[in-house]
Design a protein around this ligand. Structure first.
Ligand SMILES: Nc1ncnc2c1ncn2[C@@H]1O[C@H](COP(=O)(O)OP(=O)(O)OP(=O)(O)O)[C@@H](O)[C@H]1O
Ligand SMILES: [Mg+2]
Length: 232
């Protein structure tokens, strides 16, 4: 489902060159559940933006859903995201002028699906927000906005869900509910999960935990944090 080879990403600043990802490799099979951990600033969000084609690497190749993103135009990458990937951003990227329900319905409407409003409401119900459907993002708490963003990422039943701290703003009970929802999709629909998280419980539910360190991924034991392999 995901194949990253020799991926590097540098940012050139006025007085320095920051190397965030350095010859990173990652291979994720279809239906696999992978957690990515690492300290703040280690490049986790950068990695997700590159593997969803929202940013380009400085070097290396990105393959997702059997297609090589690094050979595609921005429009082709957007099309691939629409069809195959559900993305939960760290900063939720909800559209402020649309209600919760309209935000969730948007990916379906762009895809030309009928019944989008009904499906959007059903998905909001799954994240516990049916009663907030007509609220605008500014009228929702941080955790509620996060759940709307999750509903929007899941509503078109993507093959791959990429989520940046999906439970980061949630209390334990609500976080558990979201976790259950993600793993249900994995079990029932074979959805591949790539989750950036500081939540040990969430990581422990995954098949593998990878730590991003010095621009590369290393497999670790989710419980102890000890390194189990040198490469991913
Ligand atoms: N557009 C940019 N220009 C310059 N530097 C950037 C840019 N985007 C990110 N960086 C730098 O790249 C590094 C990695 O950032 P990134 O957002 O990927 O970290 P992260 O692991 O997601 O951190 P967090 O856990 O805090 O979300 C940071 O040091 C950041 O300052
Ligand atoms: Mg981040």
């Amino acid at each position: 489902m995901i194949e990253l080879s020799n991926l590097s990403r540098n940012y050139s600043m006025a007085d320095s060159n920051v190397s965030v990802l350095s010859q990173l490799n990652l291979s994720v099979q279809s239906t696999e559940r992978v957690a990515i951990v690492g300290p703040s600033g280690s490049g986790k969000t950068t990695l997700l933006l590159i593997l969803t084609g929202l940013e380009s690497p400085s070097d290396g190749t990105v393959q997702v859903a059997r297609q090589t993103l690094t050979d595609m135009s921005p429009d082709q990458r957007a099309d691939l995201r629409r069809k195959h990937i559900g993305i939960v951003f760290q900063s939720f990227h909800l559209i402020p002028t649309l209600t919760a329900r309209e935000n969730v319905a948007l990916p379906l409407e762009i895809g030309g699906q009928r019944n989008s409003r009904k499906q959007a409401l059903a998905m909001l119900d799954k994240v516990g927000l049916a009663t907030r459907a007509s609220h605008y993002p500014a009228q929702l708490s941080g955790g509620e906005q996060q759940r709307v963003a999750i509903a929007r990422a899941l509503v078109h039943e993507p093959e791959l869900i990429v989520a940046d701290e999906p439970t980061g703003n949630l209390d334990e009970k609500t976080g558990d509910r979201i976790m259950q929802l993600l793993f249900e999709l994995n079990r029932d629909q074979g959805t591949t999960l790539l989750l950036v998280t500081h939540d040990h419980k969430l990581a422990a539910h995954c098949d593998r935990t990878l730590q991003l360190e010095n621009g590369q991924l290393h497999e670790i034991d989710a419980a102890s944090g000890a390194r189990t392999q040198t490469t991913s």
